[in-house]
Design a protein around this ligand. Structure first.
Ligand SMILES: [Zn+2]
Length: 426
């Protein structure tokens, strides 16, 4: 973190979709870009690639789309966040010193609990503890942010992200990983929104009542052929609330249907490119990348690239900084440099690329991309400005839908019987 942190340079958004007024998005973005972007040139600029990487990152720190920090207390400390010290080296991929060393300016704390394929019953009606466990993980995140309030600041909006970075704090957003955490209920989603959830990964590695998953190491048998009827309502409700639709982890059909339905930009919070590892359905295919962009029939979005070598390559031992840079450049070639970001999956993966072993190593990736000719502006986009543009787009769509009087969806999962109206005599 620099002494006087600056904020990521922003980039113009794509043409709005479905009649949204251009000025609602473009004007604030350009104003912010004009106000906050300060080019770093001239004296004191390091000449070596790694020095320059750190210099750029000081003004535009990384906002990572997916870090599983709340899982560490759950796995190792029975969720007691006082049982380990984030100021010292942890068992995971981040702690306060490494966050500062790597110029991590913000991240989505993954609110994640395991899904269990085959344990839900054919209609996903078997009782589970997942809503309780999800609330526990939100509690863990809140407790950690409070315990380390000199380092972290909870952020719910793009403005709050920028304000946190300005104060030298790590902007802490909550992302919910998997529709299985919703207990089949849009009411639960709305309540999670109130608790700070700002993205929903439609599925984890299991199908759920809303959508089909891509599975992880083997594909799962499709249940809905993409989104279920309730899943289509879910997209509407996410757009209305202002929660990012995250299409990491989902089946191709789910992703394409979500893209055709959403009125707001989307993210892939932590996805590798299938081009590099075709066997893994969890990786984003070119057909989905083709739908992300500024053109006709495209949706604005950001693909935040996953670092897990096992996803990145059929030969994980070959994955290093240059390989991850290749993936970023491939995705940028298929979309543009305005649509790439970082979604490392740190603390949720068992191995890491050579040279990207933990959050202290982001500068190595920046140095590699500088060697390949990436400009400061382009790297600011990769770091976080692309993501902030997308988040602002989601916020604008939500505001417009609410202004237009769009109310909550009261759709319920049609397999549920517990809400059947009571018949007289009662
Ligand atoms: Zn994941």
């Amino acid at each position: 973190m620099s002494d006087q942190p600056l904020l990521p340079h922003n980039v113009p958004p794509p043409a709005p979709r479905r009649g949204l007024i251009l000025t609602t998005i473009l004007v604030p973005v350009l104003l912010i870009a004009g106000i906050i972007f300060v080019a770093v040139k001239g004296e004191g600029v390091p000449k070596d690639d790694l020095g320059l990487a750190k210099y750029y990152l000081k003004s535009s720190p990384v906002i990572d789309g997916h870090i599983d920090l709340p899982e560490i207390p759950r796995m190792f400390y029975k969720n007691n966040v006082s049982a380990f010290d984030l100021n010292k080296k942890t068992v995971g991929h981040l702690d306060v010193p490494r966050i500062r060393e790597g110029h991590l300016g913000g991240f989505f704390w993954s609110i994640y609990v395991d899904c269990h394929d085959g344990e839900y019953g054919d209609d996903f009606l078997n009782p589970t503890t997942e809503v309780r466990d999800t609330l526990e993980q939100i509690d863990v995140a809140n407790n950690m942010i409070e315990r380390y309030s000199d380092t972290f600041a909870h952020a719910r909006t793009a403005d709050e992200v920028e304000a946190a970075i300005k104060q030298g704090k790590v902007a802490s957003l909550f992302g919910l990983e998997g529709g299985h955490s919703l207990g089949n209920s849009l009411a639960v989603l709305r309540t999670y929104y109130q608790l700070g959830i700002r993205y929903l990964t439609l599925t984890h590695s299991c199908n759920n009542a809303f959508a089909d998953s891509a599975g992880v190491f083997g594909s799962v048998k499709e249940k809905w052929g993409g989104l279920s009827p309730l899943g289509k309502e879910l997209i509407y409700e996410l757009n209305r609330l202002g929660i990012l639709v995250d299409i990491s982890h989902v089946s191709d059909k789910t992703a394409l249907q979500a893209l055709s339905l959403t009125r707001a930009p989307v993210i892939l919070s932590h996805s590798a490119a299938r081009h590099f590892n075709e066997n893994l359905q969890r990786n984003v295919p070119d057909t989905v990348l083709a739908k992300i962009g500024r053109g006709k029939h495209q949706v604005d979005g950001v693909i935040m690239v996953n670092f897990f070598p096992v996803f990145a390559s059929p030969n994980p031992s070959e994955v290093d900084v240059a390989y991850i840079a290749d993936e970023i450049e491939y995705i940028a070639k298929k979309t543009s440099k305005h649509h790439v970001g970082i979604g490392s999956d740190y603390d949720g993966i068992e191995s890491t690329p050579k040279g990207l072993e933990d959050v202290s190593k982001y500068p190595n990736l920046w140095a590699e991309l500088i060697r390949r000719g990436w400009t400061q502006n382009e790297l600011s986009g990769l770091a976080g400005a692309n993501f902030l543009r997308v988040l602002r787009g989601v916020e604008s769509v939500s505001a417009k839908l609410k202004k237009d009087g769009k109310g909550p969806s009261y759709a319920i999962y049609d397999k549920r019987r517990d809400l059947d109206p009571v018949k007289p005599p009662y």
